[in-house]
Design a binder for this molecule. Sequence first.
Ligand code: GTP
Length: 597
Amino acid sequence: MKNIRNFCVIAHIDHGKSTLSDRLLEYTKTISEREMQNQALDNMDLERERGITIKSHAIQMYYDRGSDGQKYTFNLIDTPGHVDFSYEVSRSIAACEGALLLVDASQGIQAQTISNLYLAIEHDLEIIPILNKVDMDSAMIDEVSDQIIDLIGCEKEDIILASGKTGRGVPDIMEAIVERIPAPEGDVDAPLQALIFDSVFNPYRGVIAYFRILNGTLNKGDLVRFVNTGKEYEADEVGVLRMSQHPQPKLQAGNVGYIITGIKESKEIKVGDTITTVDRPCENAIQGFEDVKPMVFAGIFPLDNDDFEDLRDSLEKLQLNDASLVFEPETSAALGFGFRCGFLGMLHLEIVQERLFREFNMDVITTVPNVSYNLSTKKGEISTIRTPSELPDHNYIEYVEEPYITAQIITKPDYIGTIMTLCMDKRGTLTKQHYLTPDRVELSFDLPLAEIVFDFYDRLKSISRGYASFDYQPIEYRETDLVKLDIKLNGEPVDALSALVHRSKAEAFGRQICKKLKELLPRQQFVIAIQAAVGAKVIARETISALRKDVTAKCYGGDISRKRKLLEKQKEGKRRMRQFGKVEVPQKAFLDVLKLD
Ligand code: GTP
């Protein structure tokens, strides 16, 4: 055990985690140059394309240290950077003793640098500060070094200068991992206690869970129990993760590995759960297990109603790889049969939608997302509202409650004013203002969750030039004045565009949507009236003037094949349209309408 090191890499998004991890894999010859593709760990297409890490990944490498003739086993856990996935970061961190803290030398300390660092410090991880991308002309080595010293209170000599591009600093990082990160502790003879920090679904083998053993030994063939779910299974295969799975007869305390039990449903395995043996169970589960709760709900409908069953099938498969996705059937007057889905945040929603398209060839329409509300009616009935259609008429409502969160924002004092203005505009109240250092201030706000799911994070980033770290936890439900905002096209309500909003925000929101729709809807052969209404009262309106559209008019002469091509093209365009009364709405409009500036 003394030669094992378990660590993760934490950084703000795009500071170069995946690229540097690739260099470590190369240096330890875990991956040959031939196998080397950029960002080997980001193996989903979507991850590669967007250049972001969505799922955590674990990988084992061996380091042959020349100086003391010892061999070391390194378990590297790659973590995602975006706040929507911070649940995965915290689980990964719990499986490690140390963390490489990467800071981009051209960007300096940023939002997620700080919140991930705090998570790591909370778990008592040894931090190795690394100034990355020092090859860049715009690298500000002295300035950013000072920021790091200021933030974690280390010495200048502790900071390793590195570049994932040129490989500079990689040998120093290897040595620092051995020297500075403590070897894991734990008792190999104690009852088994292993923490699940991630899981993936394999169509042939079922669910594969990744774990870190804190105490005890896990043998192939052991009968194991998942403490929180209470399920029992046989360990068909256990092993370590290199570029692929390497089965082992047993794994001991301190190590990181995978287990395959033949489980076919992702629900059966929960990240954060403890694995123990049925024979000799451990007394306590590992602390900190919590169910992931969806924060944002939206309807997802197939473009073509005949694809409903296919959509169900695709969502079920996707759920196996993404346990945080939940869904149930829903019907819409405008869109037919579909599903009400729950997501961790807006980025999660976007990713699910894109994965449906890429991996399952499912073209879908998403409705305006909302949070869930508690409703109490005049008759004393209590229920949960997850869709605009569930909100009854005002006369029936005793009260409605909405979820609140407490947000911590860490920023420079220069930005306090603009951040306060933003949070007030989002119906927030300041609860704490605390200077961490003369140059860094922590602000706490109570905010309605509904106000932060849309564009809060982006706006915060832009008004603070990226220099604000943001984190939040749900606190409680509080009474609110909720209304249903309807959008009508030539008098026909489009239920997929209805939204639940606070009364004080209804008019502004309605105006924005109408204006945006005016930009997004193609002109048609008749006038289109776009209206936003609360109950019978119209609160915003836009008009699109008529157009006589004849795509073939431009084709003079009798070039019939060209004419046909054009008509076919137009038909293809229609396929991506939805009809409301006489008005056609392109699928893209449903998505883009939410991107309010
Ligand atoms: P997330 O997974 O989204 O959090 O990103 P990441 O931190 O893994 O960053 P990634 O490795 O994907 O790198 C982001 C961008 O920076 C890519 O365009 C890389 O090519 C570039 N990059 C990474 N490391 C270096 C470096 O050392 N020098 C230079 N010049 N560019 C780098």
